[in-house]
Design a binder for this molecule. Structure first.
Ligand SMILES: Nc1ncnc2c1ncn2[C@@H]1O[C@H](COP(=O)(O)OP(=O)(O)O)[C@@H](O)[C@H]1O
Ligand SMILES: [Mg+2]
Length: 147
């Protein structure tokens, strides 16, 4: 993955700007890539994921919501986007880890909200997107390569 997005730090001031940044990242993604979205509730992880999904030509971005009942949703596109929300997996059981690692082997790109739940578990280079809130609608979005 080569991109001027890595590493980068961008301040967005609207959901549209956050979606646009997700779209820009999507252009750099290749089959097998894993993107961890990290930040508190309401940070903008789902909006960023909408951008990735839309940028992969995978679906209308309006279809993307935090998968509330399932852990993962798939969106067929240039590459299938697997969109996860690990919120409910507060602590990962051995079975959870086994299932997740298997799922991450599926063809396509993998975008995980609450991706820091995989810290210390994921043994694969990935992209880490950390979102923190600034003033009002500002979101500071750091994108970096992680091992
Ligand atoms: N710059 C911004 N980028 C993304 N979301 C923003 C921004 N400014 C305000 N918001 C609001 O923050 C919330 C982000 O929601 P969401 O993406 O679902 O968060 P998360 O998935 O991290 O819990 C939405 O209510 C959205 O309208
Ligand atoms: Mg969300």
């Amino acid at each position: 993955m080569t991109s001027q997005l890595l590493p980068s730090r961008t301040v967005t001031r609207s959901t549209d700007e956050t979606i646009a940044l997700g779209r820009a990242l999507a252009e750099t993604l290749r089959a097998g890539d894993v993107v961890l979205l990290v930040g508190p509730m309401g940070a903008g992880k789902t909006y960023f994921a909408k951008g990735v999904v839309a940028g992969m030509g995978a679906s209308d971005e309006d279809d993307v919501a935090s998968p509330a009942y399932d852990i993962v949703h798939q969106f067929p596109g240039r590459e299938t986007v697997h969109h996860y929300d690990l919120f409910r997996l507060q602590t990962l059981s051995g079975d959870d880890v086994e299932w997740l690692m298997e799922s991450l082997m599926e063809p396509g790109v993998h975008v995980l909200e609450w991706g820091d739940r995989l810290d210390g578990v994921l043994r694969k280079p990935h992209t880490r997107v950390t979102i923190t809130a600034g003033e009002g609608d500002e979101r500071i979005i750091a994108i970096e390569a992680a091992a």
